[in-house]
Structures are given as C-alpha cells and as structure tokens.
Design a protein around this ligand. Structure first.
Ligand SMILES: [Zn+2]
Length: 83
C-alpha cells in the first residue's frame, strides 16, 4: 500500500478545500475571541515557494465572527453529505 502525499499550491488547495468537510477552530486568542477560523477536516496543507508547508484556512482569524462561521460550516458540510 502506498500513502499518497499531495503537495498542493495555494490555488490547488483552494479547489480541494471545497471538496472536504470543514471544521471550526479558534484563533490564537482562543475561545474568548469574537472570531472563528475554518479549517478542513482532514487538515489540508499547501506549499508556497521557499516556505514550509502551511495548513490551509478557508477563513482566517479576524475575518468572520463565531455565529457566521458556525452557519457556514453547517451549510457546507450539509451540502457535501447531500451528494
Ligand atoms: Zn480571533
């Protein structure tokens, strides 16, 4: 058996992110912060030139509030399970 290792660039990661489930995470400030981060589940990583692999964030910290993120993740994951 061979484990498939994908090295995606940012654009490819963006495409792939829409096919995976999403999960909610907190930013570095934790639960108390108003914002929430959306990541992929399983985690998705991408590589930019001359930089280490980074985890892809659908929504980064400081962009959207908790309630909006919860709503988006619910809708997105529901849309995946419906196909
Ligand atoms: Zn935050």
């Amino acid at each position: 058996m061979q484990i498939k290792i994908m090295k995606l660039d940012y654009g490819q990661a963006t495409t792939e992110s829409l096919l995976r489930k999403w999960k909610i995470d907190t930013c570095q400030q934790g639960e108390e912060c108003w914002c929430r981060v959306i990541k992929c589940d399983p985690p998705l990583f991408f590589v930019e030139s001359n930089r280490d692999e980074q985890e892809y964030c659908v929504v980064r910290s400081g962009e959207l509030g908790k309630e909006t993120v919860e709503h988006l993740v619910k809708l997105h994951n529901k849309s995946l399970s419906g196909t």
